[in-house]
Design a protein. Structure first.
Length: 156
């Protein structure tokens, strides 16, 4: 399991290597606020999960032989997108996903963490489902760590 200190250190290392593009924030924050205001939280999250699957489909991953290699490939894609980092671990019958330094991690706008979590749920579900198409997987954001990382559960 990844510790809070590890999360903070990885976030600092990630931000130290990349810039935080501010040009997209007003547009994206307004779009998210309007989605939640017009469609409601359930429909907005369903739509954003779908958007996440489309993003992942545009950045497909070949089947990986190990969880460590899958984590490495996911981190390569996330780095290319400037979308943070991920750490995977096995938790009994499921995969635990910890995602840090995601876009707008420090954003305090209403619904933002829920919106980005929905997009990431769709992305991870698409990528992990492609690893084993015989088992139907479900990805769900279950927590936000004190250091701001989103924690997901992936299981069948």
């Amino acid at each position: 399991m990844i510790s809070e200190t590890d999360i903070q250190n990885r976030n600092l290392a990630y931000y130290g290597e990349l810039h935080d593009g501010r040009q997209w924030r007003p547009l994206v924050m307004t779009l998210v606020a309007e989605m939640y205001g017009s469609a409601g939280a359930v429909d907005a999250c369903n739509f954003l999960r779908h958007v996440g699957t489309r993003i992942a489909a545009a950045h497909p991953l070949a089947e990986q032989p190990t969880l460590d290699e899958l984590e490495a490939r996911l981190n390569e894609v996330l780095l290319a997108l400037d979308w943070g980092w991920v750490r995977l671990s096995v938790d009994s019958q499921s995969i635990r996903i910890v995602h840090g330094a995601y876009p707008g991690v420090h954003e305090r706008a209403e619904h933002w963490a829920q919106a980005i979590a929905a997009v990431l749920e769709g992305m991870y579900q698409q990528w992990l489902q492609a690893q084993n198409e015989e088992v139907r997987l479900q990805v769900e954001c279950i927590a936000t760590s004190p250091s701001g990382a989103l924690v997901f559960h992936c299981g069948g």
